[in-house]
Design a binder for this molecule. Structure first.
Ligand code: BG6
Ligand code: MG
Length: 225
């Protein structure tokens, strides 16, 4: 039997857990406090986008200009509300199939990294009891450029001591799929195909994803190179 060399890098929000609902509530409260509304459709556009860039987009939608110092305060305020909500998360909020796939990978000795834009990933992983699955964690605290820049995934591969052609990224945001492609990695898009152009495989969630499927995907992709 061939030795398994693949490594997996997971986005967090929208792939392993659904935190978009909490981001929505916190951003909506902030927008409302500034005198305008914030919709679910706008929240969709913030998937994979880091905190400050999200705030810039929201202020632009509301037609509001703020200084850098004011923006820092607003982002901190939103984060206080968001952290209050995620502090109450529990393992029951892990998305379907995530635990099973992470366990299959662990059982087969396949290395696993987190590649998230969030600066709150440590707390979310702790509250949902997922921390122990990860050999490396790269999140918003560890990168200087955010998705679609490939930095988060390149760092993940480095920390797993592997190269990009062995890595498979799991992403629910188009900026994340773009980042993985820029890093030269295979991508499993989690969600709807029309929102995730360029993904090698699209799944609605991680339920039913097998390790063999991931090995085949990587081999086929590398053979095409
Ligand atoms: C991403 C989310 O994972 O993290 C974005 O998809 C969010 O919506 C970003 O803005 C940053 O999160 P945080 O927790 O650092 O504010
Ligand atoms: Mg995501």
């Amino acid at each position: 039997m061939n030795e398994i060399t693949i490594a997996c890098i997971f986005d967090l929000d929208g792939v392993l857990v659904d935190t978009a609902v909490y981001h929505y509530q916190a951003w909506k409260k902030l927008a409302n406090s500034l005198g305008f509304d914030f919709t679910h459709a706008q929240n969709e556009q913030l998937k994979g986008v880091n905190r400050m860039r999200s705030l810039d987009k929201i202020l632009a939608w509301g037609g509001i200009t703020k200084s850098d110092a004011e923006k820092d305060e607003l982002a901190a305020l939103k984060n206080t509300w968001y952290v209050d909500m995620i502090s109450k998360m529990s393992p029951s909020e892990v998305l379907p199939g995530s635990l099973e796939l992470l366990q299959q990978l662990k059982d087969k000795g396949i290395r696993i990294a987190l590649g998230s834009a969030s600066k709150n990933s440590g707390l979310i992983l702790e509250k949902t009891d997922l921390t122990h699955f990860f050999d490396a964690i790269v999140d918003g605290n560890a990168v200087t450029s955010s998705k679609p820049d490939p930095e988060v995934f390149v760092k993940g591969a480095e920390l797993l001591h592997t190269s990009e052609e062995n890595c498979i990224v799991f992403e629910d945001a188009s900026a994340g799929v773009e980042a993985a492609i820029a890093a030269g990695m295979a991508v499993v898009g989690v969600g709807e195909a029309e929102n995730l152009p360029g993904a090698d495989l699209i799944v609605k969630d991680l339920a039913g994803v097998t390790v063999q499927q991931l090995i085949d995907l990587t081999e086929q992709r590398n053979a095409r190179k």
